[in-house]
Design a protein around this ligand. Structure first.
Ligand code: BV8
Ligand code: ZN
Length: 241
C-alpha cells in the first residue's frame, strides 16, 4: 500500500467526526457518466448543462430535457454499487454528503438518514410549480413529459437545476456537518459547482483534515491536504482496511 494511502488510512482510523463529500467520480465505475471529465461519454460532452439542467432549458425544450433524464434513469436502473460505495457504506457513524442524484451509496449499505443529497435525486419527480405533488419513478420505465395531476403544470425530476436554490434544510445540515468534521474525505468531484464545493474550504478552515481521492489532481488541494490520485473503487477499500 503506498505510504500516502497508509498515512490517509491512519488519519481516517483516528478521526472522531469523519464525513465524505462526493461527486460523479464516485459512481463512474458503476457505469454512470460523469459531468465534466474528458471521457467521451461524459454527460455534458454532448449536452450543455445550463441548457438541459435548468428552468430555461426545460422551458425551451421540455421533451429534450425529459428524454435526457429518462436516458440517465434507464442507465441507473442497470447500475450496481461499486467497491467505493460499499467501502463507504460499511463505515458506521459517517455522514455522506453527495452531489450525486443516484442512490448507489444507500444501495452500497450507507444509512439513508446519513446521506445528504445536495442536488436532489433521480428516483422522484416533482411538480415544476412546487404545488407539492411528487411521484416515485420506476427507473426501468421512466415516464415521459407529462403534467402535474394536481395543478396542471409540468412534472420534472426532483433534482436541483442550475439557478435553483438547494433545499435549505439539506444545505444547513451539510454545512453544520462540514463545520464540525475533523476529517473530510473528498471523492470524485471537480469541485466547480457552488454552493456544494464551498463545503471543502469550510471544513478545512474549521480545522478538518482533507483527503482527496480523484483520478486527476484537484485545484482545491493545498499543502495541508492529502491528495491520492487513483480510482475510487481501487483506493477506498484500502483506506478502510
Ligand atoms: C445556486 C443536479 C443560486 C442536476 C447539478 C453562471 C450561470 C449560472 C449559475 C452559476 C454561474 N456561476 C455560478 C453559478 C452557480 C451555479 C454553479 O456553481 N455553476 C458552476 C458550473 C459554475 N450553481 C447553481 O446554480 C446552484 N444553485 O447557486 O442557486 C440561487 C441562490 C439563491 C436563490 C436562487 C438561486 C445549483 C447547482 C446544482 C446544479 N445541479 N446536478 C442533474 O444531475 O442533472 S450539478 C452537477 O454537477 C451534479 O450534481 C454533479 O455532481 C455536480 C458536480 O460535478 P461533479 O460531481 O464534480 O462531476 P464532474 O464530472 O464535474 O467531475 C467528476 C470528477 O470525478 C472529476 O474530477 C474526475 O477527475 C473524477 N473521476 C472520474 N472518474 C473517477 C474520478 N474520481 C475517482 N474515481 C473515478 N473512477
Ligand atoms: Zn402541481
Amino acid at each position: 500500500m503506498s505510504d500516502l494511502i497508509e498515512v490517509a488510512a491512519k488519519k481516517i482510523a483516528a478521526a472522531t467526526r469523519p464525513i465524505s463529500f462526493s461527486g460523479a467520480g464516485l459512481s463512474a465505475e458503476s457505469g454512470i457518466s460523469t459531468f465534466r471529465d474528458n471521457s467521451e461519454d461524459a454527460l455534458w460532452a454532448n449536452f450543455d448543462p445550463t441548457r438541459l439542467a435548468s428552468q430555461e432549458g426545460f422551458k425551451a425544450d421540455p421533451a429534450a430535457v425529459i428524454d435526457w433524464y429518462s436516458a440517465r434513469r434507464r442507465k441507473l436502473a442497470q447500475a450496481v454499487p461499486n467497491a467505493a460505495h460499499k467501502a463507504l457504506g460499511q463505515q458506521a457513524g459517517w455522514t455522506h454528503i453527495t452531489q450525486n442524484v443516484d442512490h448507489l451509496l444507500e444501495q452500497g449499505g450507507a444509512d439513508a438518514k446519513h446521506v445528504l443529497h445536495l442536488h436532489g435525486s433521480l428516483l422522484k419527480d416533482q411538480c415544476n410549480a412546487d404545488c407539492g405533488h411528487t411521484e416515485v419513478i420506476d427507473l426501468n420505465d421512466p415516464p415521459g413529459l407529462r403534467d402535474c395531476p394536481d395543478c396542471g403544470n409540468r412534472m420534472r425530476p426532483s433534482v436541483v437545476w442550475f439557478g435553483e436554490s438547494l433545499r435549505q434544510h439539506v444545505l444547513n445540515r451539510a454545512t453544520a456537518e462540514a463545520a464540525e468534521a475533523d476529517l473530510l474525505l473528498v471523492i470524485g468531484t471537480s469541485a466547480v459547482v457552488y454552493p456544494a464545493a464551498g463545503l471543502i474550504p469550510l471544513a478545512s478552515e474549521a480545522g478538518a483534515d482533507i483527503i482527496f481521492v480523484n483520478t486527476e489532481a484537484s485545484e482545491m488541494a493545498d499543502g495541508k491536504s492529502i491528495e491520492i490520485i487513483g480510482k475510487a473503487g481501487d483506493v477506498l477499500p484500502l483506506l478502510f482496511k
